[in-house]
Design a protein around this ligand. Structure first.
Ligand code: GUN
Length: 292
């Protein structure tokens, strides 16, 4: 049985669109998301175009800045500094990865944590691990939303996460722990990975490794969430880290690629942008009250 992230993402987008109408009445403007793409990586171009279209479709103001691959770190830092100080910029997203000559962590650290719609800033990461309020990265947030939407119990279940990255593996593990799952965190170099994945009630795969998970690595009836987005070199088609044809026969539910997690990442970006907007409006109001 398929878990269609696309279907849920459409529901979320409808909710955000309605919310934007009300926010415009209350605050006199719409949320403003700034998307920054550096260079011409084809996958990044596609992702940013998708985010741009979704944000437009719900009535946000969206600014897309496409900088050349030769942009210096200094110039990118200066741009972010300007956006941090701009009262009408609510949310800043720098698409990753960045070209090698730019220090990615330095760029992430430079974004005002209140405008860090991706939840990648160390302050937001710390907030997540310390159970304080902050921005939660979009893909992990989308995964939990999909599980809840399908009525899948998390409490008391054994979740196995494959992948230890900052964008998915680590934060989704924390969100699952907070929901009382027992989490085994693994990666593509874990010896005998199958002996662990076969124990999973919920298996989340975000290793970026095509064909990593075979049908015999899945417990019958397990929930399989495939976060991988790879291009099959033979067919040119998009595919995940999970061999779908093998795993769908064994899994209780499974996400397809494309149409699974990807649309939910973008939908949760919209929700995070609304939160950034409200936060920004409240901060602007408070600071103008203090100057009076
Ligand atoms: N690259 C891959 N996933 C993401 C994401 O969620 N946000 C950004 N900014 N870059 C990414």
């Amino acid at each position: 049985m398929l878990i269609s992230g696309k279907e849920l993402a459409n529901e979320v987008k409808d909710q955000v669109r309605e919310r934007v109408e009300k926010l415009k009445e209350t605050y006199g403007r719409e949320p403003h998301l700034v998307l920054i793409l550096v260079g011409d990586d084809p996958a990044s171009r596609t992702y940013v175009a998708g985010k741009y279209n979704d944000a437009n479709s719900v009535g946000f103001r969206v600014t897309r800045l496409h900088l050349s691959a030769a942009t210096t770190e200094k110039d990118l830092l200066a741009l972010i500094d300007r956006l941090n100080g701009d009262l009408t910029t609510d949310a800043i997203l720098v698409q990753l990865p960045l070209p090698d000559h730019i220090n990615e962590q330095k760029i992430i650290n430079s974004i005002n944590p209140h405008k860090d719609v991706d939840g990648f800033h160390p302050e937001n990461i710390a907030a997540l691990w310390q159970r304080r309020e902050g921005y939660v990265p979009c893909t992990p947030r989308g995964i939990i939303r999909m599980l809840d939407w399908k009525g899948i119990e998390i409490d008391g279940k054994h979740a196995v996460v494959v992948g230890r990255g900052n964008i998915v593996g680590l934060p989704v593990s924390k969100l699952l722990l907070d929901r009382n799952a027992t989490v085994t965190l693994t990666h593509s170099r874990t010896p005998d990975l199958g002996s662990l994945t076969r124990q999973a009630d919920i298996l989340i795969v975000a290793a970026g490794s095509i064909g990593l998970i075979h049908g015999d690595m899945i417990k019958p009836g397990a929930i399989v969430i495939d976060v991988g987005i790879n291009r099959n070199p033979e067919t040119g088609k998009l595919c995940g880290d999970v061999i779908f044809e093998e795993c769908e026969k064994v899994a209780g539910m499974i996400t397809p690629v494309p149409g699974g997690v990807g649309p939910m990442t973008k939908a949760c970006l919209l929700e995070n942008t609304v939160e950034c907007f409200i936060d920004n409006e409240n901060r602007n109001r408070n600071s103008s009250m203090m100057t009076i």
